[in-house]
Design a protein around this ligand. Structure first.
Ligand SMILES: *Cc1c(COP(=O)(O)O)cnc(C)c1O
Length: 351
């Protein structure tokens, strides 16, 4: 049939499995093992459904203002979306139209090439070095834009702020997006640089550090010009993306800084403990600054460990892809969940 010739064909992003089964130890999509701040549950319990009769606030002002205050920015520098995936997709559509290839690492968040393909944006992947670090020179050539996750996923590797700034400074003719999905777990945000670089867009999410993956909230921070262009595209596409319950729940999460800090510290402590245990069992890995560890075993096959864990109802992530097939990405759960993982690995690797 000829209509099929004119379909926009894409190979979609493959997300980690979301098993129906409640007794799976789920360490495969970097969710937070703790509940969101108690204020979020309160907002949801007390939500007045009468509000749903009307369209929501187009500008999601309650959430934008809460985020702006939290980061010490003017509200004109904040854009919110339905998860950072929405924000990133909107940013690709808005900013990468020069026809020149955009640049991102060969090993990174696997949605970047999907959006590039979807929007027909040419791209060139830049190989990370053997330690999974970016090579700065790769980002100093002519390009149509740059996207870097920092810390990177699925490697967990952090790029120094000074290196990022050099890349941003050398690329002021294009938009540079820094995806900080994991920055709260020990990275350093480059949000302070948005005052100096009009072309820098910093993207964060509520899905990992704020334990709200199911609520779908992400945001970008950048110069008022970048934010205006993003809003222009958003309002040309679908204006009412943030519903009032989400807006109120997001603002409640931002309001509870003590809870946020306390639970980040818990995940980080569990991560450091898990690193020691994995090292003891013969795993090798970089210095993860995220809520996951990307680890290879010195002798055992990652695929076999992955399958054995799965049979044991412990889900982690494994990609059968060049350069990373020897690795498992293990999200940080509660101490009890990590104990179960370690106990199983201990017994499995002894065989
Ligand atoms: C999880 C993740 C996102 C997307 O998260 P949302 O749930 O859409 O906010 C974006 N980038 C990276 C690197 C991620 O790991």
């Amino acid at each position: 049939m000829s209509w099929e010739k004119h379909v926009r064909k894409v190979v979609p992003y493959v997300a980690g499995e979301q098993p129906k089964d409640q007794d799976v130890i789920k360490l495969n999509t970097n969710e937070n093992p703790y509940p969101p701040a108690p204020g979020v549950a309160e907002v949801i319990r007390n939500f007045d459904c009468e509000v749903l009769r009307k369209y929501p606030d187009l500008n999601a002002a309650a959430l934008v203002d809460a985020l702006a205050r939290h980061h010490g920015l003017d509200s004109s520098k904040v854009f919110v979306g339905v998860g950072s995936d929405d924000v990133l997709a909107m940013s690709f559509l808005t900013f990468f139209n020069s026809g020149k290839p955009i640049l991102f690492p060969d090993i990174t968040y696997s949605f970047y090439d999907v959006w590039a393909d979807l929007y027909r944006i040419p791209y060139e992947c830049q190989a990370l070095d053997e330690d999974f670090c970016i090579k700065k020179e790769d980002y100093l050539k002519e390009n149509g834009g740059i996207v870097l996750a920092n810390p990177n996923a699925p490697t967990g590797v952090l790029t120094e702020l000074s290196v990022l700034e050099e890349i941003i400074a050398a690329n002021q003719d294009v938009v540079v997006i820094v995806d900080e999905a994991y920055v709260d777990f020990g990275g350093r945000s480059c949000v302070s640089l948005i005052e100096r670089y009009e072309n820098l867009l910093v993207v964060q999410t509520f899905s990992k550090s704020r334990a709200l993956a199911g609520m779908r909230i992400g945001y970008a921070m950048g110069s008022p010009k970048l934010i205006k262009y993003l809003n222009d595209v958003k309002f040309s596409f679908n204006s009412y993306t943030m519903n009032p319950l989400t807006i109120a729940a997001g603002a409640a999460s931002v309001a509870d800084e003590a809870y946020f800090q306390e639970h980040i510290a818990k995940v980080v402590a569990t991560r450091e403990r898990t690193k020691r245990e994995l090292a003891r069992l013969g795993f090798v890995f970089g210095d993860s600054r995220t809520n996951f560890i990307f680890a290879a075993h010195k002798t055992a096959s990652a695929k076999e460990i992955f399958e054995a864990l799965r049979a044991e109802r412990i889900y982690v992530r494994h990609w059968d892809k060049p350069r990373i097939a020897d690795y498992l990405r293990i999200s940080i759960g509660t101490d009890e969940e990590m104990d179960r993982l370690i106990a199983f690995l201990e017994q499995f690797l002894r065989k």
